[in-house]
Design a protein around this ligand. Sequence first.
Ligand code: UDP
Length: 401
Amino acid sequence: MKRLVKYLPIIGERQLERIRKEAKPLEGKHIIHINSTYYGGGVAEMLNSLVPLFNDLGINMGWRLLKGSPDFFSITKKFHNALQGEDINLTAMKKKIYLEVNRTNSEITHIAHHDAVIVHDPQPLPLINYYKKTQPWIWRCHIDLSRPNRVLMNYLKTFIERYDKIIISKSTFKHNFKVPQEVIYPSIDPLSTKNIEMADWKVHKYMKKYGCDTDKPIISQISRFDKWKDPLGVIRAFRMIREKVDCRLVLLGSMATDDPEGQKLYEQVLEAAKGDKDIKVINFENDTLVNALQRASAVVIQKSLKEGFGLTVSEALWKKKPVVAMNVGGIHLQIKNGYNGYLVNSEESTARAVVALLKNPKRAEQMGERGHNVVKKNFLITRHLMDYITLLKKHIIHYKV
Ligand code: UDP
């Protein structure tokens, strides 16, 4: 069971007491999160830790899922892609299905007695249209909004501007909405199965169990099979790396229930890796495996083309691994180039940075140590908890209908 007190050895007594004290005015309040997937991706990852910790503080926090049809999720994935910069043909039919699913969900989601509603990402965004608003509504967008498609943004703005507050991961994701916007950095849970300390024997056991040979250095990327994570680019970069240093690549991924594009990309990845004995592709959702693979890796790659934040970066840094990642979205918040990893901008520069780290294990180790400290200071769930407490107090206590 998740208990705040278990974080004492990591954050210390003072910080723990501060969280408890600040949370007091929210005791007994009811707060609800709504998103559209219970696994596969960073939102579910964070809610899995935040929600129980809030309940441990005496704040009644719940988490509901938006139930959508395959059609709906295919449309909202197009919205996701367009918010990250792709074109979209925003037809009346797409809008109709988008609204219809939200309307139906409002009929089976009772929220009247809640003191605040937190809606994540575009899928449940229009829910707000179907309620008489008697509490603050917060929209938490986790997507890379650096260059969204204008047409879609103008459409979504009609819902966004009904909210009381917008939360994004980085200040340049702000837009000209008539609603205040605030940055809250995402976080990782150091005590979750995915991040908790793991003995070497267990790491090796898991690598063996999932068929990952550890006879050569391992390079890995752990990400949903999503084109924005560019797994095909990782394979091309890996082949350049292997020309200089003998090593293996492990691509571990899964598919979120709200992403219908995953299967096709997974098949393309399998095809690209076919016959290459140094590349292992695993499609399986298992937190202990993520933990073991990050620990077994010499270097972790995050080759994303767009990225709201990229929890996988902090997860690897926490395990003292240097990360080579594309300089997109929120990744630079976690990596200072040349300090705790490398920020790159192409397959070639990815390959060069990984080779440099493989050839200089001492530097890799030093960067890994620094990375751990960066995460400890900035990106742990306990800081996130505090940010949410501050936000909720501000909105709930002074809320006027
Ligand atoms: N993840 C996982 N198994 C996988 C792929 C990803 O558990 O096979 C997790 C990963 O460890 C991280 C989250 O999914 O906790 C991904 O969050 P991130 O912010 O990196 O990207 P998102 O998927 O939200 O775009």
